[in-house]
Ligand binder design. Structure first.
Ligand code: FAD
Length: 327
């Protein structure tokens, strides 16, 4: 194991994406402090990758040969292969939906820690990352270290870092990585399902199904996706659901999420905290399903349903399917 810094980057058209430039700038700084190499892993077309990187200060670019755009996010095996050879101390990935999936899968493969959604990253002289991220509803900033396992994997939120990239005249070493044959178990079926359902952004949707922490398990989501699909709804969620990994942060309703104003909002297992309610002020009709009679959402709802969501969702689906909404 060495002190090299690895960054997982993406090319958008002819240049690195905005988030990737931010991650690269950070990686360069850490590498400089440790006097180590800065190494990038990028999936896509070689010519585009070379154009996007040739003036930048990067020691090595490991490029994963992928032709199809939809294949670009399915690079866990190739990334693992690169990391097995590079053996970096640190891996930095952008905290978007695909980046989070990649980071968590690599975390499992290397049995190492992943610190998600970092807003600040520093490194000490020995190469130990000091990773800062908000915790407990953003009430505190937690400083996290991964003392024993390598690589230290961190995802970083877009736009919390400036674009501060160092250029260089030096030759970059480009190393090709062939696409790996993947077995069935590596197909990301769940993600495809979500993308198919998310036809509209949550601000534009006329029907929203908002998932809360009361839904508990990812395995139960399939029923809610089917329900949403049946009634032409878009999936959203509370912060509780986002923190439980049930819904992506992009679809969070509320004070630190988005304001929504659909014709119909159906909340499932959401308590109705002040912060969540702040995002639904303009909703016209609210059906709230919660098994606790004291949950504030039931007082705010047009149609409160105090019950276990699993016992009502199918019946509700049948009723709503036949009703006309501005889809
Ligand atoms: C600065 C700050 C900003 C924040 N911003 C936001 C924001 O933008 N959006 C947001 O949502 N939150 C935000 N929060 C967090 C907020 O305070 C709550 O923690 C969060 O809304 C709780 O999410 P929840 O209702 O899904 O989970 P919980 O509070 O855990 O509620 C789950 C609910 O599900 C019910 N339930 C459990 N099982 C079932 C079942 N089988 N059937 C039916 N119901 C069931 C429970 O009775 C409970 O009421 C913020 C907090 C802070 C401090």
């Amino acid at each position: 194991m060495n002190n090299d810094i690895c960054v997982y980057l993406r090319v958008a058209e002819k240049e690195l994406s905005r988030g990737s430039l931010q991650i690269l700038g950070l990686g360069q700084k850490l590498a400089k402090k440790l006097n180590s190499k800065i190494i990038a892993i990028i999936a896509g077309d070689k010519t585009k990758i070379m154009k996007a990187t040739d003036s930048l200060h990067i020691d090595e670019v490991w490029y994963i040969k992928k032709a199809e755009k939809e294949e670009l996010d399915n690079c866990q095996l190739e990334a693992k292969m690169c990391l097995d050879k590079i053996k970096p101390s640190v891996l930095l990935i952008l905290a978007d939906a695909e980046g989070k999936i990649l980071a968590s899968e690599l975390g499992v493969m290397f049995r190492t820690g992943v610190t998600a959604d970092c807003i600040k990253i520093e490194v000490d002289e020995l190469g130990l990352l000091q990773q800062t991220r908000p915790a407990f509803g953003e009430r505190i900033l937690a400083e996290i270290i991964t003392p024993k396992r390598r690589p230290q994997i961190a995802t970083i939120r877009e736009n919390v870092l400036p674009i501060d990239v160092e250029n260089s005249e030096c030759d970059i070493k480009y190393i090709a990585v062939d696409e790996q044959k993947r077995s069935k178990e590596f197909e990301v079926v769940g993600l495809q399902n979500i993308v198919q359902i998310q036809k509209k952004s949550i601000e534009d949707a006329s029907i929203l199904v908002a998932i809360g922490k009361g839904v508990c398990h990812k395995a139960e989501l399939e029923r809610l996706y089917k329900f949403a699909d049946k009634i032409g709804a878009t999936i959203a969620g509370s912060r509780g659901a986002v923190e439980a990994g049930l819904v992506d942060a992009e679809y969070q309703i509320g004070l630190s999420g988005k304001n929504v104003n659909p014709e119909l909002l159906i909340t499932v297992g959401i308590r109705g905290s002040i912060q969540f309610l702040a995002g639904i002020n303009r909703c016209k009709n609210i059906i709230a399903i919660n098994n606790d009679l004291d949950a504030p959402i039931l007082k705010r709802a047009t149609y409160p349903v105090c019950s276990d969501w699993k016992s009502v969702i199918e019946k509700l689906g049948k009723k709503l399917e036949t009703m006309e909404f501005n889809k």
